[in-house]
Design a binder for this molecule. Structure first.
Ligand code: NAD
Length: 347
């Protein structure tokens, strides 16, 4: 299964480790370092089978490559997945995160992490104890959900202007699917702009805590609204679901919203404007990667002013494997990617 996934992937390399003490599989996927060291969050999740975690990391790392390029960040795309048998807590969680930090450190800066699903800034503080390549700790950057929510708000506004001729959100109805760190902030900002906000979350109490009208989870796709904003899970737009949509615009933070590329055409044919996820949800990476600039550290001129426009390489463990799926683009340890010749500032 791993072999098939690796053969069909166009990324640079994948690091695979089985973490025996926790029973977790750790996947670090570096999709591209063309623009700089690969950046992307770490996701902790229970998957049906380990290969699903690898597939997720591959897809997400690919999306990060595009997102970094579009946001004009000096980073390539990467992503890590901790595929755990169950979400660990306490000392077990801490020990896993420390070992994970050691693995990322061993990659020499080729991959730099932040948080993703089920990984908090406090978790990243722990990873930072054994790894310098961490963004979004409590002391530096924090939760990127805030920046992501701002970006989605700008994306929704731009989409509304495109479809309705005015960027005014007052009176426009927006259904936010998922009231987590992005969706919660987004709902609050939309309410402040006078939008009619509907929120759906598997955790109904969380949805209600936004102060918006709560929509049952099963009705999220079929509820009439101007904007459907997926801020929970990816893959909600497919040949099966698109005919059910009753919105004019899709603009949300979830990564990989389209089940397949062809679904973009289905949306177009249905008269629905799709704001690409990797553009709309880039606010978080801009928030974190841009942090050194805001702290006065000199960066490449190309990256200035971007935020405002958001509308040992072989694994050291016997149980780790580092794989370069495509022979045409190996990057040897002696030829590090741009920006990784020396340890970057700690953030
Ligand atoms: N946090 C960021 O900076 C960031 C950046 C880019 C993309 N994203 C993506 O945006 C999405 C949301 O991120 P987040 O940080 O807010 O995650 P989160 O884990 O904080 O929140 C997700 C919310 O969705 C809810 N949920 C899960 N499945 C659902 C379903 N089927 N229907 C309705 N609600 C459901 C959960 O209960 C939770 O409240 C994720 O797909 C994430 O990958 C996040």
């Amino acid at each position: 299964m791993f072999e098939d996934l690796l053969r069909g992937w166009d990324g640079e390399e994948a690091v695979i480790r089985y973490d025996e003490p926790s029973g977790a599989w750790i996947f670090v996927c570096v999709h591209s370092t063309a623009l700089g060291p690969a950046g992307g969050g770490t996701r902790m999740r229970v998957y049906e089978q380990p290969a699903d975690g690898l597939a997720d990391a591959m897809r997400l790392s690919q999306a990060m490559t595009v997102k970094m390029a579009v946001a004009d960040c000096e980073r390539g795309g990467g992503k890590a997945v901790l595929a755990v048998p169950e979400l660990p807590t306490g000392e077990k969680r801490r020990a896993l995160l420390l070992r994970y930090g050691q693995l990322v450190t061993a990659l020499g800066g080729t991959y730099r992490t932040a948080g993703d699903m089920n990984i908090t800034p406090e978790d990243l503080d722990v990873v930072h104890e054994t790894c310098p390549w961490v963004y979004g700790t409590t002391g530096a950057g924090g939760n990127s959900g805030r920046g992501t929510a701002r970006g989605v708000l700008h994306g929704i506004r731009a989409s509304i202007e495109h479809v309705f001729g005015s960027p005014d959100l007052a009176g426009r109805s927006v259904l936010v699917q998922g009231a987590g760190s992005v969706g919660h902030d987004l709902a609050r900002d939309l309410l402040a702009e006078g939008a009619v906000v509907l929120v759906s979350d598997v955790d109904e109490a969380r949805a209600a805590s936004t102060g918006a009208e709560v929509v049952p989870v099963g009705d999220a796709l079929t509820t009439e609204c101007d904007v459907y904003s997926p801020c929970a899970v990816g893959g909600t737009l497919s040949a099966a679901t698109i005919p059910q949509l009753r919105c004019r615009i899709v603009a949300g933070s979830a990564n990989n919203q389209l089940a397949t590329r062809a679904d973009a055409e289905l949306l177009r044919a249905a008269g629905i404007l799709y704001a690409p996820d990797y553009v709309v949800n880039a606010g978080g990476v801009i928030q974190l990667v841009d942090l050194p600039r805001r702290r006065g550290v000199r960066r490449h001129p190309r990256s200035r002013g971007r935020a405002a426009s958001c509308g040992p390489h072989r694994a050291e463990s016997r149980r780790s494997a580092r794989v370069t799926p495509r022979a045409r683009r190996p990057r040897s340890a002696s030829a590090p990617c741009r920006g990784s010749r020396r340890p970057s500032r700690r953030v």
